[in-house]
Design a protein around this ligand. Sequence first.
Ligand SMILES: [Zn+2]
Length: 142
Amino acid sequence: MRRALAEAAQAALAGDVPVGAVVLGPDGSPLATGHNEREATGDPTAHAEVLAIRRAAAALGEWRLSGCTLVVTLEPCTMCAGALVQCRIDRVVYGARDEKAGAAGSLWDVVRDRRLNHRPEVVAGVLEDACSAQLTAFFRAL
Ligand SMILES: [Zn+2]
């Protein structure tokens, strides 16, 4: 999560909301990272999780991220939760909850919806205070 926080700081440098993500391979080593790049690229889908998932799949040479873990500083939105189900990732670890748009337990629980055929394990609230503080500081500065 500290690595994800460092990624998130990169987003803020470009004026993007500081959200950072890291995908860990089955052996626990980092496979790929990503940070929010919506403002930097003008791409509405350039969320930290989507970018990290794409890079991890490219590194592995396949779309299935079975055995992998995604660590992200903010609870995934519905788009990213959908991508996490689609890539068959094993585990999602997040820091700050997103009561307004979170789709991993707060507003929705897309990743653990029993109607879907793949449901990653979710670990919430890891370094939650540090993750929340980074977001709060960004929005306060605006
Ligand atoms: Zn998202």
